[in-house]
Design a protein around this ligand. Structure first.
Ligand code: AMP
Ligand code: GLY
Length: 427
């Protein structure tokens, strides 16, 4: 079959890498892609922007694409899947109504509450004065969330009332996140370790993928500002079988039933950001797409033909597919550009990329660009160095060995990816 992948980051490179290995895939198109080496001649880049959904549908029709896989959330929220479905094109990714689970924090919170999915207590506001009045009655810390997409920056934890009020002012009056701040959610602050759990679904059945732990803060020891994710490991030993059983029953089963009850035909990823609180697992948020850099470790562990599984989901036949996984562990270390997650440098030449794939790993490109003979930095998260090992320790060692061979001006990475799990293994 012919497959199209939409997006340009490390998540998409990992998807392309895995899809290309599938026996069912004859040709792969990637719109727009990045500077990842296309050693595989069956991969072709298409220069269509992920937000140009008309252009994507036209390209898919022209190239007679059998399956389209959407990486980022923006095209989903903009309705790429609605358009593809109207044109009779198979696409893995939810329609606009389903993507609201990620696109609107107010919608998703109402959805959780309506369908008894465990989550933090919250209230939503469109009027600044009412938000302030409510916040004064609530214990601190409080979590303030801008309703719409805010490039991962719209969640602020406020320890004191003054902070709550200045945050509400910035979001609702000054509109620092633009229209995403038209409505806000004020939520109780939950505590506990976090874990990412992905499920893929055709709207009728679902399959839970192995657990992953992200590292959101920029510096070692979970310090510094939040990022899109500085590294991941899988499996996350904290996510036991018992917990998985609970998450299936209390979160995924109820989500699917809720989507059905609301008449939303959801085919795609349900990526649950969970907090394992003393009262049990609670959902912080849903993303309607694969995580980045969660996908890098998941693809490293997947054995099965991904295209076959995702196409089956598009046809409502996910229950006929069995996904097989390597029992090994995988680790992804993100190499970031100088300054990230603040304003960062671009255009620095990347050295040491001669050895990008090995039996145990792959350097997934995220923010890279080809400039003549060179590959240069072109994003905050530049590369996701991903390796597999018999255990987490071996995967960590291999990932850092590969990561240390790569150099560019301003390069920085966390040195403690997976470390937390190693400690809990040893205990
Ligand atoms: P979200 O985009 O909703 O996942 O939020 C981003 C990050 O903010 C999460 O990964 C958590 O670390 C934190 N967060 C979100 N909601 C809460 C909450 N209710 N209590 C504590 N931390 C939260
Ligand atoms: N790694 C976090 C995300 O993809 O949202």
């Amino acid at each position: 079959m012919k497959v199209l992948v939409i997006g340009s980051g490390g998540r998409e490179h990992a998807l392309v890498w895995k899809l290309a290995q599938g026996k069912s895939v004859d040709r792969l198109f990637w719109a727009p892609g990045n500077a990842a080496p296309r050693v595989d001649p069956k991969i072709t880049l298409l220069s269509v922007d992920p937000t140009d959904i008309e252009g994507l549908a036209a390209a898919a029709t022209k190239e007679k694409i059998d399956l389209t896989v959407v990486g980022p959330e923006a095209p989903l929220v903009a309705g790429v899947s609605d358009l593809f479905r109207e044109r009779g094109l198979a696409i893995f990714g939810p329609v606009k109504a389903g993507a609201r689970l990620e696109g609107s924090k107010v919608f998703s919170k109402e959805f959780f509450l309506k369908h008894q999915i465990p989550t933090g207590k919250a209230a939503s506001f469109s009027k600044y004065e009412k938000a302030i009045a409510y916040s004064r009655e609530q214990p601190k810390p409080l979590v303030i969330k801008a309703d719409g997409l805010a490039a991962g920056k719209g969640v602020i934890i406020c320890a004191k009332q003054e902070e709550v009020e200045s945050t509400l002012h910035q979001i609702m009056n000054q509109r620092v996140f633009g229209d995403a701040g038209q409505n806000v959610l004020i939520e109780e602050c939950l505590t506990g370790p976090e874990v990412s759990v992905h499920a893929i679904t055709d709207g009728k059945s679902y399959q839970v993928l192995p657990s992953v732990q992200d590292h959101k803060r920029v510096f070692d020891g979970d310090r510094g500002p939040n990022t899109g994710g500085m590294g991941t490991y899988s499996p996350a030993p904290i996510f036991t079988q018992e917990l998985e059983k609970r998450v299936r029953a209390e979160i995924f089963d109820r989500t699917l039933a809720g989507l059905k009850a609301e008449g939303i035909s959801y085919c795609g990823v349900l990526y649950a950001g969970l907090m394992l609180t003393p009262d049990g697992p609670k959902i912080l948020e849903y993303n309607c797409r694969f995580g980045d850099p969660e996908t890098q470790v998941l693809m490293m562990r997947l054995k099965s033909d991904l295209a076959e599984a995702l196409l089956a989901a598009c046809h409502g036949k996910l229950d006929r597919v069995q996904l097989d996984w390597h029992s090994d562990a995988a680790v992804c270390v993100v190499l970031a550009a100088g300054g990230y997650p603040g304003s960062f440098r671009k255009g620095d030449v990347i050295l040491g990329l001669d050895d990008e794939t090995s039996a145990h790993g792959c350097v997934f490109h995220a923010g890279t660009l080809r400039k003549g003979e060179d590959v240069v930095t072109n994003g905050g998260r530049v590369l996701g160095v991903t390796a597999r090992g018999a255990d987490l320790g071996e995967a960590i060692q291999r990932a850092y060995e590969m990561a240390d061979r790569i150099q560019f001006q301003g390069k920085h990475c966390r040195r403690d990816i997976g470390g937390k799990a190693l400690i809990s293994y040893k205990q």
